[in-house]
Ligand binder design. Structure first.
Ligand code: ES4
Ligand code: ZN
Length: 326
Protein backbone atom coordinates (compact mmCIF):
# COMPACT_ATOMS: atom_id res chain seq x y z
CA UNK A 1 0.00 0.00 0.00
CA UNK A 2 0.92 3.67 -0.13
CA UNK A 3 1.45 3.74 3.63
CA UNK A 4 3.88 0.81 3.39
CA UNK A 5 5.96 2.58 0.76
CA UNK A 6 5.82 5.77 2.83
CA UNK A 7 6.89 3.95 6.02
CA UNK A 8 9.83 2.29 4.31
CA UNK A 9 10.98 5.45 2.56
CA UNK A 10 10.72 7.69 5.63
CA UNK A 11 14.24 8.59 6.85
CA UNK A 12 14.53 7.23 10.36
CA UNK A 13 16.89 6.31 13.16
CA UNK A 14 16.84 2.82 14.63
CA UNK A 15 17.69 2.84 18.33
CA UNK A 16 16.73 -0.65 19.54
CA UNK A 17 18.39 -3.33 17.48
CA UNK A 18 20.38 -6.29 18.79
CA UNK A 19 23.07 -7.19 16.25
CA UNK A 20 22.97 -10.80 17.45
CA UNK A 21 19.23 -10.67 16.72
CA UNK A 22 19.90 -10.02 13.02
CA UNK A 23 21.37 -13.48 12.38
CA UNK A 24 19.30 -14.80 9.47
CA UNK A 25 19.24 -18.60 8.95
CA UNK A 26 21.11 -18.35 5.63
CA UNK A 27 24.08 -16.56 7.25
CA UNK A 28 23.93 -18.98 10.20
CA UNK A 29 24.44 -21.91 7.81
CA UNK A 30 27.19 -20.10 5.89
CA UNK A 31 29.13 -19.29 9.08
CA UNK A 32 28.61 -22.79 10.49
CA UNK A 33 30.05 -24.28 7.30
CA UNK A 34 32.99 -21.86 7.32
CA UNK A 35 33.79 -22.50 10.98
CA UNK A 36 33.21 -26.26 10.90
CA UNK A 37 30.27 -26.19 13.31
CA UNK A 38 27.61 -28.91 13.24
CA UNK A 39 24.09 -27.50 13.63
CA UNK A 40 21.02 -29.31 14.94
CA UNK A 41 18.92 -27.99 12.09
CA UNK A 42 19.62 -28.92 8.47
CA UNK A 43 17.50 -26.44 6.50
CA UNK A 44 16.33 -22.84 6.69
CA UNK A 45 12.79 -24.16 7.22
CA UNK A 46 13.99 -26.27 10.19
CA UNK A 47 15.49 -23.15 11.73
CA UNK A 48 12.35 -21.09 11.18
CA UNK A 49 10.21 -23.90 12.62
CA UNK A 50 12.13 -23.55 15.90
CA UNK A 51 11.01 -19.89 16.18
CA UNK A 52 7.80 -20.56 18.12
CA UNK A 53 8.36 -18.10 20.95
CA UNK A 54 5.66 -17.43 23.51
CA UNK A 55 7.66 -15.36 25.98
CA UNK A 56 11.10 -13.89 26.60
CA UNK A 57 12.49 -17.10 28.11
CA UNK A 58 11.58 -19.27 25.11
CA UNK A 59 13.06 -16.63 22.80
CA UNK A 60 16.36 -16.40 24.71
CA UNK A 61 16.64 -20.22 24.67
CA UNK A 62 16.89 -20.05 20.87
CA UNK A 63 18.79 -16.76 20.61
CA UNK A 64 21.92 -17.59 22.65
CA UNK A 65 22.76 -21.07 21.26
CA UNK A 66 22.58 -19.72 17.67
CA UNK A 67 25.53 -17.40 18.40
CA UNK A 68 28.01 -20.27 18.46
CA UNK A 69 28.52 -19.77 14.69
CA UNK A 70 30.02 -16.31 15.38
CA UNK A 71 33.74 -16.81 15.99
CA UNK A 72 35.99 -14.26 14.28
CA UNK A 73 36.02 -10.51 13.60
CA UNK A 74 35.03 -11.30 10.00
CA UNK A 75 31.94 -13.15 11.22
CA UNK A 76 30.83 -10.19 13.36
CA UNK A 77 31.52 -7.86 10.45
CA UNK A 78 29.44 -10.00 8.07
CA UNK A 79 26.53 -10.14 10.52
CA UNK A 80 26.43 -6.37 11.02
CA UNK A 81 27.05 -5.59 7.35
CA UNK A 82 24.09 -7.73 6.22
CA UNK A 83 21.89 -5.98 8.78
CA UNK A 84 23.05 -2.51 7.71
CA UNK A 85 22.21 -3.20 4.07
CA UNK A 86 18.70 -4.37 5.05
CA UNK A 87 18.28 -1.33 7.28
CA UNK A 88 19.25 0.95 4.40
CA UNK A 89 16.52 -0.63 2.25
CA UNK A 90 13.97 0.30 4.95
CA UNK A 91 14.95 3.94 5.30
CA UNK A 92 17.43 3.83 8.18
CA UNK A 93 19.91 6.72 7.99
CA UNK A 94 21.23 6.46 11.56
CA UNK A 95 21.45 3.44 13.85
CA UNK A 96 22.63 2.79 17.39
CA UNK A 97 23.17 -0.97 17.53
CA UNK A 98 23.26 -3.12 20.66
CA UNK A 99 25.83 -5.84 20.93
CA UNK A 100 26.17 -8.45 23.68
CA UNK A 101 29.93 -9.01 24.21
CA UNK A 102 29.35 -11.38 27.14
CA UNK A 103 27.37 -13.75 24.90
CA UNK A 104 30.72 -14.23 23.14
CA UNK A 105 33.40 -13.75 25.81
CA UNK A 106 31.53 -16.25 28.03
CA UNK A 107 32.17 -18.92 25.36
CA UNK A 108 35.80 -17.97 24.78
CA UNK A 109 35.61 -15.46 21.93
CA UNK A 110 37.88 -12.46 22.69
CA UNK A 111 36.21 -9.05 23.18
CA UNK A 112 38.59 -7.60 20.57
CA UNK A 113 37.29 -9.95 17.84
CA UNK A 114 33.72 -8.91 18.56
CA UNK A 115 34.22 -5.16 18.63
CA UNK A 116 36.71 -4.87 15.78
CA UNK A 117 34.38 -6.82 13.48
CA UNK A 118 31.33 -4.76 14.38
CA UNK A 119 33.26 -1.50 14.16
CA UNK A 120 34.53 -2.36 10.67
CA UNK A 121 30.94 -2.80 9.49
CA UNK A 122 29.89 0.48 11.13
CA UNK A 123 32.65 2.42 9.36
CA UNK A 124 31.83 0.68 6.08
CA UNK A 125 28.15 1.67 6.48
CA UNK A 126 29.17 5.31 6.66
CA UNK A 127 31.47 5.03 3.65
CA UNK A 128 29.36 2.84 1.37
CA UNK A 129 25.75 3.35 2.49
CA UNK A 130 25.78 6.87 3.97
CA UNK A 131 24.42 5.50 7.26
CA UNK A 132 25.88 6.73 10.55
CA UNK A 133 26.20 3.66 12.74
CA UNK A 134 27.14 3.58 16.43
CA UNK A 135 27.52 0.73 18.91
CA UNK A 136 25.87 0.34 22.33
CA UNK A 137 27.50 -2.19 24.64
CA UNK A 138 24.81 -4.23 26.39
CA UNK A 139 25.46 -6.11 29.62
CA UNK A 140 23.62 -9.40 30.13
CA UNK A 141 21.62 -8.91 33.33
CA UNK A 142 21.53 -12.63 34.15
CA UNK A 143 25.31 -12.56 34.63
CA UNK A 144 26.88 -10.97 37.73
CA UNK A 145 27.49 -7.27 38.30
CA UNK A 146 31.21 -8.12 38.65
CA UNK A 147 31.30 -9.63 35.16
CA UNK A 148 29.50 -6.55 33.82
CA UNK A 149 32.08 -4.26 35.48
CA UNK A 150 34.94 -6.35 34.07
CA UNK A 151 33.37 -6.08 30.62
CA UNK A 152 33.10 -2.30 30.98
CA UNK A 153 36.82 -2.16 31.90
CA UNK A 154 37.65 -4.30 28.87
CA UNK A 155 35.70 -1.87 26.68
CA UNK A 156 37.43 1.32 27.85
CA UNK A 157 40.28 1.12 25.30
CA UNK A 158 37.54 1.13 22.62
CA UNK A 159 35.59 4.04 24.10
CA UNK A 160 35.62 6.04 20.88
CA UNK A 161 33.73 3.21 19.17
CA UNK A 162 30.97 2.93 21.79
CA UNK A 163 28.29 5.61 22.23
CA UNK A 164 26.49 4.14 25.22
CA UNK A 165 25.77 1.14 27.41
CA UNK A 166 22.60 -0.87 27.88
CA UNK A 167 21.22 -3.82 29.83
CA UNK A 168 19.32 -6.73 28.33
CA UNK A 169 18.45 -10.44 28.70
CA UNK A 170 16.26 -11.91 31.45
CA UNK A 171 14.84 -9.24 33.76
CA UNK A 172 13.27 -11.66 36.26
CA UNK A 173 15.36 -11.61 39.43
CA UNK A 174 17.81 -9.18 37.79
CA UNK A 175 16.46 -5.69 38.58
CA UNK A 176 18.22 -2.49 37.47
CA UNK A 177 19.67 -1.74 40.93
CA UNK A 178 21.88 -4.85 40.58
CA UNK A 179 23.89 -2.80 38.04
CA UNK A 180 23.78 0.63 39.74
CA UNK A 181 27.57 0.78 40.29
CA UNK A 182 28.34 -0.39 36.74
CA UNK A 183 26.08 2.28 35.24
CA UNK A 184 27.42 4.99 37.56
CA UNK A 185 30.93 4.15 36.32
CA UNK A 186 29.74 4.07 32.70
CA UNK A 187 28.23 7.53 33.08
CA UNK A 188 31.46 8.82 34.65
CA UNK A 189 33.31 7.50 31.59
CA UNK A 190 31.04 9.58 29.33
CA UNK A 191 28.73 6.89 27.96
CA UNK A 192 25.03 7.48 27.41
CA UNK A 193 22.83 5.07 29.36
CA UNK A 194 19.84 2.94 28.51
CA UNK A 195 18.27 -0.16 30.04
CA UNK A 196 15.65 -2.67 28.96
CA UNK A 197 12.48 -2.52 31.02
CA UNK A 198 10.70 -5.34 29.26
CA UNK A 199 6.95 -5.50 28.90
CA UNK A 200 4.81 -7.04 31.64
CA UNK A 201 7.75 -8.38 33.65
CA UNK A 202 7.07 -8.78 37.35
CA UNK A 203 7.56 -5.41 39.01
CA UNK A 204 8.15 -3.63 35.72
CA UNK A 205 6.71 -0.32 36.89
CA UNK A 206 9.09 -0.37 39.90
CA UNK A 207 12.00 -1.12 37.58
CA UNK A 208 10.97 1.76 35.31
CA UNK A 209 10.90 4.09 38.31
CA UNK A 210 14.35 2.89 39.40
CA UNK A 211 15.94 3.40 35.99
CA UNK A 212 14.51 6.92 35.73
CA UNK A 213 15.04 8.16 39.27
CA UNK A 214 18.07 6.23 40.54
CA UNK A 215 20.07 5.02 37.54
CA UNK A 216 19.10 8.17 35.57
CA UNK A 217 19.11 6.65 32.14
CA UNK A 218 18.82 8.72 28.96
CA UNK A 219 16.46 6.21 27.34
CA UNK A 220 14.37 3.17 28.28
CA UNK A 221 14.16 0.17 25.97
CA UNK A 222 10.52 -0.94 25.68
CA UNK A 223 9.24 0.58 28.97
CA UNK A 224 5.66 0.96 27.78
CA UNK A 225 4.33 -0.25 31.14
CA UNK A 226 5.07 3.30 32.29
CA UNK A 227 1.51 4.19 31.19
CA UNK A 228 0.37 2.55 34.47
CA UNK A 229 1.73 5.63 36.30
CA UNK A 230 0.67 8.88 34.57
CA UNK A 231 2.79 11.02 36.91
CA UNK A 232 5.87 9.03 35.94
CA UNK A 233 4.99 9.50 32.25
CA UNK A 234 4.87 13.28 32.80
CA UNK A 235 8.24 13.19 34.57
CA UNK A 236 9.78 11.17 31.72
CA UNK A 237 8.41 13.60 29.15
CA UNK A 238 9.81 16.55 31.11
CA UNK A 239 13.25 14.89 31.07
CA UNK A 240 13.04 14.05 27.35
CA UNK A 241 13.46 10.33 27.95
CA UNK A 242 13.32 8.21 24.79
CA UNK A 243 11.18 5.06 24.68
CA UNK A 244 12.47 2.55 22.14
CA UNK A 245 9.44 0.36 21.47
CA UNK A 246 9.32 -2.76 19.30
CA UNK A 247 5.76 -3.72 18.29
CA UNK A 248 6.48 -6.90 16.31
CA UNK A 249 8.81 -8.19 19.05
CA UNK A 250 6.12 -7.44 21.63
CA UNK A 251 3.64 -9.58 19.73
CA UNK A 252 6.01 -12.56 20.20
CA UNK A 253 7.24 -12.12 23.77
CA UNK A 254 3.86 -10.91 25.07
CA UNK A 255 0.66 -11.69 23.21
CA UNK A 256 0.21 -8.25 21.68
CA UNK A 257 2.02 -5.33 20.05
CA UNK A 258 1.12 -3.02 22.97
CA UNK A 259 -0.09 -0.52 20.38
CA UNK A 260 -2.43 1.21 22.84
CA UNK A 261 0.44 1.95 25.21
CA UNK A 262 2.70 3.11 22.37
CA UNK A 263 0.03 5.37 20.88
CA UNK A 264 -0.85 6.73 24.33
CA UNK A 265 2.78 7.79 24.79
CA UNK A 266 2.86 9.25 21.27
CA UNK A 267 -0.30 11.32 21.85
CA UNK A 268 1.06 12.66 25.14
CA UNK A 269 4.19 13.90 23.36
CA UNK A 270 6.68 11.39 24.76
CA UNK A 271 9.83 10.66 22.73
CA UNK A 272 8.58 7.28 21.65
CA UNK A 273 9.60 5.60 18.40
CA UNK A 274 9.48 2.21 16.71
CA UNK A 275 12.31 -0.30 16.25
CA UNK A 276 12.89 -3.93 15.25
CA UNK A 277 14.67 -5.49 18.32
CA UNK A 278 15.64 -8.92 16.87
CA UNK A 279 14.41 -8.73 13.27
CA UNK A 280 15.80 -12.08 12.07
CA UNK A 281 13.82 -13.86 14.79
CA UNK A 282 10.64 -11.80 14.85
CA UNK A 283 10.38 -11.42 11.08
CA UNK A 284 10.28 -7.66 10.67
CA UNK A 285 12.88 -4.95 10.07
CA UNK A 286 12.20 -1.39 11.19
CA UNK A 287 10.00 -0.27 8.29
CA UNK A 288 7.92 -3.44 8.76
CA UNK A 289 7.47 -2.44 12.42
CA UNK A 290 6.19 1.03 11.41
CA UNK A 291 3.71 -0.64 9.04
CA UNK A 292 2.60 -3.25 11.62
CA UNK A 293 1.91 -0.59 14.24
CA UNK A 294 0.19 1.70 11.72
CA UNK A 295 -2.13 -1.10 10.61
CA UNK A 296 -2.89 -2.24 14.15
CA UNK A 297 -3.52 1.25 15.55
CA UNK A 298 -4.83 3.08 12.49
CA UNK A 299 -1.95 5.55 12.36
CA UNK A 300 -1.67 8.22 9.68
CA UNK A 301 1.37 9.30 7.67
CA UNK A 302 1.62 12.29 10.03
CA UNK A 303 1.89 9.92 13.00
CA UNK A 304 4.68 7.99 11.27
CA UNK A 305 6.54 11.24 10.63
CA UNK A 306 6.26 12.07 14.35
CA UNK A 307 7.68 8.65 15.25
CA UNK A 308 10.59 9.26 12.87
CA UNK A 309 11.20 12.75 14.31
CA UNK A 310 11.18 11.20 17.78
CA UNK A 311 13.74 8.63 16.63
CA UNK A 312 16.22 11.41 15.84
CA UNK A 313 15.38 13.47 18.92
CA UNK A 314 15.89 10.45 21.18
CA UNK A 315 19.10 9.45 19.39
CA UNK A 316 22.57 10.19 20.71
CA UNK A 317 23.63 11.65 17.37
CA UNK A 318 23.18 15.33 18.15
CA UNK A 319 25.01 15.30 21.44
CA UNK A 320 27.91 13.32 20.01
CA UNK A 321 28.20 15.57 17.01
CA UNK A 322 28.08 18.66 19.17
CA UNK A 323 30.94 17.35 21.30
CA UNK A 324 32.91 16.46 18.20
CA UNK A 325 32.61 19.90 16.60
CA UNK A 326 32.93 22.36 19.48
C1 ES4 B 1 16.06 -9.31 23.78
CL1 ES4 B 1 13.41 -9.19 23.22
C2 ES4 B 1 14.78 -9.11 24.29
N1 ES4 B 1 14.60 -8.90 25.59
C3 ES4 B 1 15.66 -8.88 26.41
N2 ES4 B 1 16.91 -9.08 25.99
C4 ES4 B 1 17.10 -9.29 24.69
N3 ES4 B 1 18.23 -9.49 23.99
C5 ES4 B 1 17.89 -9.67 22.72
N4 ES4 B 1 16.57 -9.57 22.57
ZN1 ZN C 1 15.75 -5.53 23.04
Amino acid sequence: TDLTAFAHGLPKAELHLHLEGTLEPELKFALAAKNGIELDQKTVDDVKASYDFTDLTSFLAVYYPAMQVLQTADDFHDLAWEYLQRAKAQGVVHVEMFFDPQAHTSRGVPFAEVITGYRRAAVRAQDELGISAELILCFLRDFSAEYAMATLMEALPYKAWIVGVGLDSDERGNPPEKFAAVFARARAEGFFLTMHCDIDQVGSIDNIRTVLEDIQVDRIDHGTNIVEDPALVDAAIAKGIGFTTCPVSNSFVTDQMKSEEIVSLLRKGARVMVNSDDPAYFGGYVGDNYVALAEQAGLTATDLVQLAINSFEASWLTARRREAFV
